[in-house]
Design a protein around this ligand. Sequence first.
Ligand code: HEM
Length: 488
Amino acid sequence: MSFLKVFDDLPDDGTRVGFFNQQLDDYRGRKTPKQKNRPAFGWHQMFRELREKRPVLQMSLPPRVKGAEPTQMFVFSRWHDVIDILRQDEIFTVRPYARAMDPSVGPFMLARDGVCPVRDEKSDMLSVLSSEDELTISAIAREASRSALQKTGGRIDLVKEVSRIVPVRVVQNYFGFPSSEDASSTLAQMLRWSRATQHDMFRNFTGDKKVHATNVRAGEDMRVHLRRSLGEILHGARPLGSDAVSRLIRRAQADRDFIELDRLVSNVCGFLVGAVETSSQAIVQIVDYLLREVPDAIEKETIEAANADDNRRLVPIVWETLRFNPVSTVLLRQVAKDYVLNSYSERYVIGDDDAGLKKQNRKRIAELKASHRRIIQGNEKTTIPKGSYVIAAIGSAMFDEEKFPRADEFLTSSPEREDCNYFHFGWGAHKCLGEISGRIIVTETVKQILQVDGLKLFPGEAGEINFGKPPKGRLKGPFPEKYVVGIK
Ligand code: HEM
């Protein structure tokens, strides 16, 4: 059964978008009652077909105002095209993020493109996050995981007890997110703020107004808290430490032009918003995939590497595992001006070595040019109109044979798997600010979980990752809310 056959037979009135989105919700293509009579493909199968047959898929979003023209949405599924989108940030803009970010945490780097003061703040933030902090971050993550995992008793909910807690501890103790006056409520409050903001900013696909309002309230509360506590630190009423916030404040004390308090507040909100649900989802999806899907030999090797504390072996396994079930399969952008879809054919015509094609390979070039013409089926347009949405399908790109040879196999060594080809932390101008810490949080926590003696899948539905209640039209909720594993 072909995804495109079913897709093309659906009306282009938003129904196709809904069908596409449902495939994104599942990597296995298992049917759920919500899919009723339609087949379920899952995103692996859908993107395999798209990469091969229609590398740019077009569909229409229903107009918000009756009688208006529908907005177009374009899905790019090949590695090189995803790079093309993410590198041209002034054309493929992050504007869609502004709706949820601006009223919550204030203007923020991930909702701005090009040359502007808010974007400049990324280098200020990066300047206090050093790869030399690796040992500090691993120690925090290791201690937090170990103490959380001690609460075992035949079974453990990894989300509640471990995967959400470890990143919060790193945000507190490494990034230096200040505690509330009532320190006992700090953890619960940080979890609430982080979930509410992440939900609206990254997972509110249906534009739910309640989700938006909860985010705005959480962002405002967080800013009130941070304005007060960071102000106190800035004026010497609270002591400085060695964390990232203290480093920022030391520089602000020495140089009045460095960064003003309100901007510091928005950026410190970003430490919490960015860190928790992303890391938590990565941790549980990696553990689940390792226990459920990989061949026994790889599972055994991974557990051995974890027990030997051997990061050289463990790290490539961790990111390869996440490739099969990543945190995000797609990144959303909006087109700032009409864009002519010609870069794809041009690249092959000049025989880009990266694409593995030689100039002389005329037959292949002719084939690719022909497939380029078929890109937007039934429609000769090759222009993406200003205002359209563009989806950079990073999950698909990590299965593109050009950069991931033998893509369906679980491989961990070069040249088949090069770390720089993965998209787990995005790419280009908006590449993740917390990449170093995210990598350490995830690897260290997965390692500690795998070291638990007798770790195993919990049988039945209770042992599946529970994503909570799905919004209308989707198959799962925004984040892993519960994931129970057994302990022999
Ligand atoms: C496993 C954990 C993480 C994953 C998978 C992840 C993933 C990502 C991705 C894919 C992007 C790019 C979004 C886009 O281009 O639309 C991003 C950006 C970002 N992430 Fe992370 N992230 C993680 C951890 C963290 C942590 C620990 C922080 C804390 C500082 C953080 C803060 C940010 C920020 C501030 C941005 C925006 C950067 C910019 O606009 O230039 N993330 N992250």
